[in-house]
Write a protein that binds this ligand. Structure first.
Ligand code: FES
Ligand code: FE
Length: 318
């Protein structure tokens, strides 16, 4: 595989559709690439954020009748990226006057962009029945693989999320199963005692299933006495050490009483607790060699690192 093939062939969550204003371009960053994004009548458009004329970011420009207009000399580009008008000359724009546009998709109220020039299916996160609640974005000064590994780390609950997702009196992790598949990794039967799962204040013995669905995408499903709680993690590497993480909660509870705000606030608290740790880790990039020690409880992390190495994921790793 050529360098970055795996990273490029992914969908990246970049914006909450509900807070994107119509016809107002914004600047985003994926894998260190500057990209503009705009929404018009529920259609999403994205492209590399550099005008072919003098390299000005189109994200500083404006939208008029489904065209993006460069703020420097007013060149206008249609939604396919082709320049249709150069105000300083009457002749029609040359074919080379075009923007490289990118594929977009909307999933769970999230705007996704891929840098892949090939048609991609996905984003690959299986849908659950029941309610969904979008949380984030959470900005981490950390590499995306460090953020994903923290999401997959089962032994930190008793310390980082003490009193919420774990108890200092019950830190042991009993053996659990990890299987590697062509699509990713699944760990099941991860059993944890939780004093306050999801902010419900109902202590419970819970069982987790984790899935790694891509280099920067993971999912957990927690079975509690009152039902299922699912959480998708979409970690978007802005650059090698800055990550924007989005989470989608899926709820299939017998008692579905917790409000969206309560669930979001609880997730905000957990993310803040994780942020302190993840941003402090050295090295910033996730080591794929054997410089860090592992124990049996870390076998999901070990499997994730092996998977990244096998798929030659270099962005955010070392
Ligand atoms: Fe964009 Fe000149 S730099 S029109
Ligand atoms: Fe955590």
């Amino acid at each position: 595989m050529a360098e970055m093939d795996m990273e490029i062939a992914q969908w990246y969550a970049v914006a909450d559709m509900r807070s994107l204003a119509d016809n107002t371009p914004i600047a985003i960053k994926i894998l260190d690439q500057a990209i503009f994004l705009w929404k018009s009548h529920h259609q999403l458009y994205a492209g590399y954020d550099s005008c072919p004329h003098r390299g000005t970011p189109l994200s500083l420009g404006s939208i008029h009748q489904d065209h993006i207009i460069c703020p420097y000399h007013g060149w206008r580009f249609d939604t396919s990226g082709q320049c249709t008008n150069i105000p300083a000359q009457h002749r029609s724009p040359p074919p080379r006057a075009r923007l490289t546009m990118l594929q977009t998709q909307i999933f769970h109220d999230l705007a996704f962009v891929t840098l892949s020039p090939k048609i991609l299916k996905g984003p690959d996160c299986p849908l659950f029945p029941g309610r969904t609640v979008l949380c984030g974005p959470y900005d981490f000064s950390a590499s995306a693989p460090r953020v994903v590994e923290n999401f997959l780390d089962v032994a930190h609950f008793s310390f980082v999320h003490q009193g919420l997702l774990g108890s200092i009196d019950r830190p042991e992790i009993v053996d659990y199963l990890v299987k590697e598949y062509a699509w990713g990794i699944e760990a099941s039967e991860v059993r944890v005692f939780q004093p306050n799962p999801e902010g419900s204040s109902q202590p419970a013995e819970v069982s987790y299933t984790y899935r790694v669905l891509g280099p920067y995408t993971a999912q957990l499903i927690k079975k509690t006495p009152s039902g299922y709680f699912g959480l998708d993690l979409f970690a978007t590497p802005r650059d090698t050490t800055h990550t924007q993480a989005w989470m989608v909660i899926h709820l299939a509870y017998h008692d579905n009483a917790l409000s969206d705000e309560t669930l979001q606030q609880f997730q905000d608290v957990l993310a803040e607790q994780d942020r302190r740790i993840v941003e402090s880790q050295i090295p910033k990039l996730l080591p794929l060699d054997d410089r860090e020690l592992h124990i049996r409880a870390d076998r999901l992390s070990v499997s994730y690192r092996r998977w990244l190495k096998t798929h030659q994921v270099r962005f955010g790793t070392c």
